[in-house]
Design a protein. Sequence first.
Length: 488
Amino acid sequence: MAGQTRGTKAPPTPVASDDLRIFKRKPKKRSAAYRPSPDLLPVLVDAGTYASRRRRSHVDAASLLVFVIVLIQLLPSRLVVPDLTSVGRPGLLVGLLLAVWWLLSKLHPRLAMTGPQPMRWAFVVYALSLLLSYAAGQFRGMPTLEANSADRALLGALAFMGIIFMTADGVPTRERLDDLQRVLIYCTTINSLLGILQFITKKDLTQNIVIPGLTLQGELVGLADRGGGGLIRVAGTTGHYIEFSVVMAFAVPLGIHYARFAARQSERRLFLICTLIMAGSIPLALSRTGILAVGVGLLCMWPAWNWRFRFNVLVVTAGLLGVLSVVRPGLLGTLRSLFSNAKDDPSIKGRTDDYDVVFQYASERPWLGRGTGTFIPELYRYLDNQWLMTLMNNGYIGIAAMVVLHFTGVFLAIIAFRRAENEVDRHLCAAIAAVPLIAALTGLTFDSFSFSTFVVVLALQLGAAGAMWRFTHPARTTRGAAVGALNR
């Protein structure tokens, strides 16, 4: 340029005032109630020593809980270890191992879970009612069959405890809880597919499942006609048709959650397919209980949805019912008749007749009952009502303990729902709260605690309610608590 020496630099180009906004932007201030994810908190494992919560170990509590789910959902309920009767199901034996693990962890301060956990106290109340009734039965004297049944009931309760406690206390992170729930959905979907194949082929395909080292305890539940028109009831790998439908209903709210909030679109589509399969298999059990159970589950999820998503659920439900009516004509009509003709149904009459007999028996031992596990249906009377069965075995104290156990799970999930700072956690809490509420209501229609698949899935979700209560706790020491040995 003319008049400019060679070494002179050109003046800098002025920066527009709008371009300076990036330097003036201030970081967002965190609210006073801000709480980082518990997955990011360090774990105090010793004086001045912390460990990462996100470091994976080869085998942790969630790994064994996944193993329990696979064994319970995919193996027929009658396959047991020889000579171990009903508590010999492989999944229940792993549950006993979890109970031993949790109890051993209390012997050393570095292994024990620190901090409060209401689900522990709820189970303690339930366990005390069982032990008091067990002692009452021993004092009155019992025949050998009743004594053996009482011992099996306590072992089953110990496995129940192991699954609840290790889910509530042993699952170290929110991410691992998601892993656990995903496996439950996958395995329940496989079980429902087996039920659908049974319905299509009219063959009990579980007879072809043979595992070396395991034996059948009695006969498989098989298939049963109901309603005429060639319709049959299916049970998958579970011990009863009602149990099959209720276990599917347990998993439907969880499937909806991951169909909505899974990280990738492909995962969301996969979980949507799983949810539709599980929901579509419920009517194949031809059970009023299953229909009521899935209805209760959807009602529990209703507050966590906006109106658009509610509309979408109603549309998908209507579409699923339409597909079922086309694929198997007469199925929906049979289900409708189960409700419209309920007053003439012998099963309903039998359930209502049970009340007079049970209250007459209960008047003899009202508070602690006959003794834990001593009312044997094969010897006395079949009761299609878990609450009446509890009244016979454990008295009114047992009934109160059952209420505490179920509704502690519901209330912990509700508390976690109110504490949660994001929609994903709130939605999961609603799905978890649905399970113990479904269990409490369906206990009025069948002796639910006699069926181990039902009990294991319920235990997992009671523990998950305790875990979510812990993950959303306002105190960092409680929110970041974990069992030290489970993170190594």
